[in-house]
Design a protein around this ligand. Structure first.
Ligand code: MG
Length: 275
């Protein structure tokens, strides 16, 4: 199995369960949590132990933030990430706690959605966002951590503008190609022309574009949507991407498990074409 293939593993009350990951023959994952109450030194110590026992590589901590989150094109801009003024301070504090936790576990990076980044450089909200992200990124940098943007709620050019404006040394992109499609913000293969050199991890996820302009498009199993995975992976490898492909399938139960197993083999074939 290609060692660059991994999945998302959710942090839970009694620590995450790595059983599915290991049973699938994988040793690589991103840890995800929207529950700051779990980000304790005790949990970090337990986690560190498990990571060593299973000999895992955890590439990043994907941290959510408190307050409402409405994942559509109408209410998303006023609820998601660091844009909404009423939740900004509490979310900044929470992301700094996430950085503390990642540092305690010994992980290299934190990831989040910063929200619908304003597309106009002169928009005052864009400047507020730059200052807010810089505050968090500098905090992470001081702990030796990278800060990676999860893509999708902004066009690739706007994300590049945000990175260059924040201008700290530890910024990168967690490229979710399906999100660019789900939010109707761009073609993920062409996006590599814009911000390819900043891509550190990839979410292996697929989707169709929105047909209802108020709602996101439809997420599907990798290989069945509009990402065009063979071309996408080839282009990433051509530009020198050496990071991990972390599988995401945003459904639950047996169906999710089956699709993830299929995707592991699908990606393995794409990354190692002659086996
Ligand atoms: Mg994602």
């Amino acid at each position: 199995m290609n060692p660059r293939i991994g999945t998302m593993v959710r942090l839970q009350q009694n620590g995450p369960s790595f059983d599915h990951l290991v049973a699938a023959g994988l040793r690589c994952c991103q840890l995800v949590s929207w529950e700051p109450s779990l980000w304790t030194p005790e949990c970090a110590a337990r986690l560190k132990n498990q990571i060593a026992t299973y000999d895992l590589r955890v590439t990043a901590f994907w941290a959510g933030w408190p307050g409402p989150a409405i994942w559509n094109l109408v209410d998303g801009p006023r609820t998601l990430g660091l844009l909404p003024q009423e939740y900004r301070a509490i979310r900044v504090a929470s992301l700094k706690r996430a950085a503390d936790f990642a540092h305690l576990v010994g992980l290299p990076a934190i990831i989040t959605h910063v929200g619908f980044v304003p597309e106009e450089p002169a928009n005052p909200l864009f400047h507020e966002l730059v200052a807010t992200v810089r505050d968090i990124a500098l905090y992470a940098d001081q702990l030796g951590l990278q800060f990676w943007f999860e893509t999708g709620q902004e066009t690739p050019v706007t994300l590049l503008r945000l990175i260059l404006s924040v201008n700290t040394p530890n910024l990168g992109i967690n490229l979710d190609p399906a999100n660019l499609i789900l939010y109707g913000k761009g073609n993920p293969i062409d996006a590599l022309d814009v911000f390819g050199s900043y891509v550190r991890n990839v979410h292996a996820k697929d989707a169709f574009y929105p047909t209802d302009p108020m709602q996101l498009g439809r997420e599907v199993k990798v290989g069945e949507g509009r990402v065009r995975f063979p071309e996408f992976v080839r282009r990433l490898e051509d530009i020198g991407f050496t990071g991990e492909y972390i599988i995401e399938r945003e459904i639950s139960g047996n169906h999710q498990h089956r699709d993830i197993l299929d995707t592991i083999h699908y990606l393995d074939r794409l990354l190692t074409p002659h086996t």
